[in-house]
Design a protein around this ligand. Structure first.
Ligand code: GLU
Length: 315
């Protein structure tokens, strides 16, 4: 049972590789925020995509979190075990006539004439929105459809605890978006909303790279009648070339980091890097709880050099 009125944070890693510094930062800040408010913190393994997810990576992530001293309160949820729930919610959207099958191929979507939204992302033209039953029947023979949700012209307000307020219109940024892929895999956007909504998550802390997904998710919360959590999108970590740190920056994955530093040394560096502390003295995650405040956390991208020796904020 989910207790009312208590902060409930989560970390939702995709087990497609070893955690890198960006994931660790998101996990640490999410944990600190929940713990500093005497809240609970839970884990969800986002292993929906069978092509990319590996059980061994998930086990490694749990081990890395234990090593960091970030403890969780309940048995982790695995998205791969929750497809019946996603199915049920998809039916709810179907009953509300909000979804429709889309037979467009990748080539159709990326064709030269494909329109772009206000933020430069591909805007779905709505090509399959008004297909007749006959047309669907004919198309179905060649192709298993993806499912899209209809969006409208409503203004979606987003209030982010770190990045401030913003508004967005889905009909101008992405158009009708995919909730289930043509290979049957449920889309991240849908699964994340169902899971956070049904498990009573009150706080979502994650990287800035997911900020552009948030209006779509808020829309889905509304469509499904689920409570919208608070959001904190933390600054991206970038390398000296201004590129986002990724799993390719091998030297900054936890395998490498664990060989070089103890957990308190690493957490001390992260505390300094994110703006929580003025020095990078070693400190455990638990000791840091009392010092945590969102008002101290940086909002701008943070440059991290490979050896972690020089960390600066890119203003
Ligand atoms: N599974 C996503 C990732 O690892 C994070 C999803 C989220 O926090 O909403 O990038």
């Amino acid at each position: 049972m989910v207790e009312k009125g208590r902060v409930r944070g989560r970390f939702a890693p995709s087990p497609s590789g070893r955690m890198h510094l960006g994931n660790v930062t998101a996990a640490l800040l999410s944990w600190l925020s929940a713990r500093s408010q005497q809240g609970s913190w839970v884990l969800r393994i986002e292993d929906l995509d069978p092509q990319r997810s590996r059980r061994a990576y998930a086990e490694q992530i749990l081990d890395d979190l234990r090593w960091l001293g970030l403890d969780w309160d309940e048995t982790p949820l695995w998205q791969s075990e929750r497809t019946a729930i996603y199915e049920e919610k998809l039916s709810e959207l179907r009953e509300k006539q909000l979804i429709y099958p889309c037979y467009c191929s990748r080539a159709d979507l990326h064709s030269a004439s494909a329109p772009h939204g206000t933020d430069g992302e591909l805007l779905y033209s709505g090509r399959c929105r008004h297909l007749s039953e006959q047309e669907k029947y004919a198309l179905e023979k060649n192709r298993r459809p993806a499912m899209r949700i209809r969006v409208d012209d409503r203004v979606i307000a987003l209030k982010d605890g770190l990045q401030g307020q913003g508004v967005s219109r889905l009909d101008q940024t992405c158009g009708d978006f995919i909730v289930r892929r043509s290979d049957g895999v449920f889309a991240y956007q849908l699964a994340v909303v169902i899971d956070d909504g049904l498990t009573g998550i009150t706080e979502v802390v994650r990287g800035m790279d997911l900020l552009s997904s948030t209006p779509r998710q808020i829309y889905l919360y509304h469509c499904l009648g689920l409570p919208v959590p608070e959001f904190y999108h933390i600054p991206l970590l970038i390398n000296e070339h201004g590129q986002r740190l990724s799993k390719r920056d091998q030297a900054l994955d936890l395998g490498e980091l664990r060989q070089r530093w103890s957990a308190p040394e690493l957490i001390g560096k992260l505390a300094w890097m994110t703006g929580l502390r003025d020095d990078f003295e070693p400190i455990t995650a638990r000791e840091l709880i009392g010092e945590f405040a969102w008002s101290k956390v940086r909002r701008e991208p943070i440059v991290v050099t490979a050896d972690f020796s020089e960390i600066e904020s890119k203003g």
